[in-house]
Design a protein around this ligand. Structure first.
Ligand code: FAE
Length: 503
């Protein structure tokens, strides 16, 4: 096994939203920056001519070292027809299991941007002020949210096209059902190129969103981070990315620099090398689970003993609940469905049960008469991370009862919709007969909360030049899909850190 030593003035762990924004600004400021990503660079087509497999025909590229795919919908009509056996491989979507909760994350250059629904939603200002009261909201809404949205490539759907296209019939049907219950719907901005999507519908270009591509990657149309922030970061000439490099351990040297133990593998999981990589400035951008796990383990194994008790606290699911409704036979949702949601039901002002529910596709390629939703609810419950010395691993602690508040909120909203439309819930989608699925989240947030585990700019308490820059800063909830908030906060923090700590 080869051993190597390396050093970079700045090292960024991960290549997701927070990491990408941080690396671009470091590179632009002339700081040599090395990004370490445990997943692959997804830029090369396989023998079938595609980079990513479709959801309807998954293969080893779909998932991170699994023997079978683990899609969010387990069954359809209670039939095990969704998941497929696959060969373990460094695929693009991971589902991590922690007792009653499992967490979906993207793996590869671009992190979650490779597998997500591209919804680019800026949170309501009043709620942002509630969750992060110590952050200057005026600055965020005047400067950093616009900066994040511009760099992410946010665009809006043409409302006239939305009304007539086949691929959003499912959203129009759900809108009608919501309106019948007196509820408000709203368009959701996206980082999927809507101009490209229009051309997909008329078969002018190869289909991606309209070819059931989402959670296992998009071959076209998606402005994932490798095409936006990371491309710009590499363009500074100061940033390099090493793929299939997993950071395993962080220690601090007597001279104050950080030393990382990094495992390099191939895409089959064989270990090629274990490296020591040094950094003066270390940025944790490995996502809520990744970054929090690294610091909890570092504290508990005595590698970074000054880390405080707030490290590993304040984790939440963003109140995620998935559910389906059955429509009447005269309300088909369409066999052609865009994989990229474009509309949500906005009931966040409900005084008892705030909910923002994205109208999700069910891109099965056939008519299902089903409407699917991912509800984002306001749930004050928080989980925590703990180290297990027997397995030398960090585990997330969250029990099912903590998710009940989210189900209550979703039920409050969708009972109204069902009552107004004389419709029912689907009970065939989540392997048994449950109608609400709150045992997974797409939106892991917290663990290293801003102003608690770190100062108000993400500097880790007790350790100079160690920073958190991803979803773990956000205290468990944003009220909307989180990547715009993560990116904007990273933009704000890195501007301050470069000005005061680095240059
Ligand atoms: P993240 O994007 O998770 O990136 C972390 C990166 O670090 C990953 O590439 C990891 O492979 C890598 N990594 C982890 N540990 C290590 C290590 N030890 N060494 C090296 N590398 C490591 O972090 N959000 C929205 O706003 N809109 C949506 O439409 C939306 N849809 C979603 C759909 C799905 C299926 C999923 C899974 C998520 C969705 N999300 C959506 C959530 C969004 O993708 C997520 O909040 C962000 O990606 C989190 O960004 P971070 O920067 O925290």
């Amino acid at each position: 096994m080869a051993e190597g030593r390396d050093y970079s003035e700045a090292v960024v762990i991960g290549t997701g939203y927070g990491a990408a924004a941080t690396a671009l600004r470091l590179g632009a400021a002339g700081v040599p920056t090395l990004m370490l990503e445990m997943g692959q660079l997804w830029d090369t087509a396989s023998s079938d001519g595609t980079i990513f497999p479709s959801m309807l025909n998954p293969d080893k590229r779909s998932m991170w070292f699994k023997t079978r795919t683990e899609a969010p919908l387990a069954t359809f009509l209670w039939l095990d027809v969704i998941n497929k056996d696959i060969t373990p491989y460094a695929g693009v979507l991971d589902r991590m299991h922690f007792g009653d909760m499992s967490v979906f994350v993207g793996r590869g250059v671009g992190g979650g941007s490779l597998v997500n629904g591209a919804m680019a939603v800026t949170p309501k200002r009043s709620y942002f002020e509630e969750i992060l009261p110590e952050v200057n909201a005026a600055e965020m809404y005047d400067v950093y949210f616009p900066r994040a949205n511009a760099n992410l490539g946010k665009n809006d759907i043409d409302p006239a096209w939305f009304e007539t296209c086949d691929c959003y019939q499912y959203a129009r049907v759900s809108r009608k059902a919501a309106q019948n219950a007196g509820l408000t719907t709203t368009f959701v901005p996206s980082v999927y190129d809507f101009t490209y999507m229009k051309q997909e519908e008329t078969n002018q270009v190869p289909r991606s969103a309209l070819a059931s591509e989402v959670i296992y990657g998009n071959n076209h149309g998606k402005r994932s981070l490798d095409k936006t922030y990371l491309a710009a970061a590499l363009g500074t000439g100061m940033v390099t990315i090493k793929t299939l490099h997993e950071v395993r351990e962080i220690t601090r040297q007597p001279d104050g620099t950080y030393l990382l133990t990094v495992r390099q593998t191939d895409a089959e999981g064989n270990v090629l090398a274990t490296k020591q990589i040094g950094a003066k400035y270390l940025f944790l951008g490995a996502g809520s689970i990744g970054s929090t796990s690294l610091l909890v383990r570092a504290r508990e194994t005595g590698k970074l003993p000054l880390l405080g008790s707030e490290v590993g606290q304040g984790w939440g699911t963003n109140g995620n609940v998935m559910l389906g409704r059955a429509n009447h036979i005269w309300d088909p949702t369409g066999s052609l469905q865009s994989g990229m949601p474009a509309m949500g039901i906005d009931a966040w002002n409900d005084p008892a049960y705030p909910v923002f529910a994205e109208i999700a596709p069910l891109p099965a390629g056939i008519e299902t008469w089903a409407s699917l939703y991912l509800a984002i609810t306001k749930n004050p419950e928080r989980g925590y991370f703990a180290y297990d010395s027997a397995t030398d691993s960090v585990t997330l602690h969250w029990d099912l009862a903590q998710g009940q508040r989210s189900i209550d909120a979703a039920k409050n909203l969708f009972d109204k919709i069902n009552a107004a439309n004389v419709t029912v819930y689907r009970s065939d989608l989540f392997s048994d007969t449950r109608t609400f699925e709150n045992r997974f989240t797409y939106h892991p947030l917290g663990g290293l909360v801003l102003g608690k585990a770190t100062d108000l700019y993400g500097r880790v308490n007790g350790y100079p030049n160690l920073y958190v820059t991803d979803g773990s800063l956000i205290p468990g909830s944003t009220g909307v899909n989180p990547f715009v908030t993560i990116t904007a906060l990273a933009e704000r923090n890195i501007e301050h850190i470069i000005a005061t700590d680095i240059r």
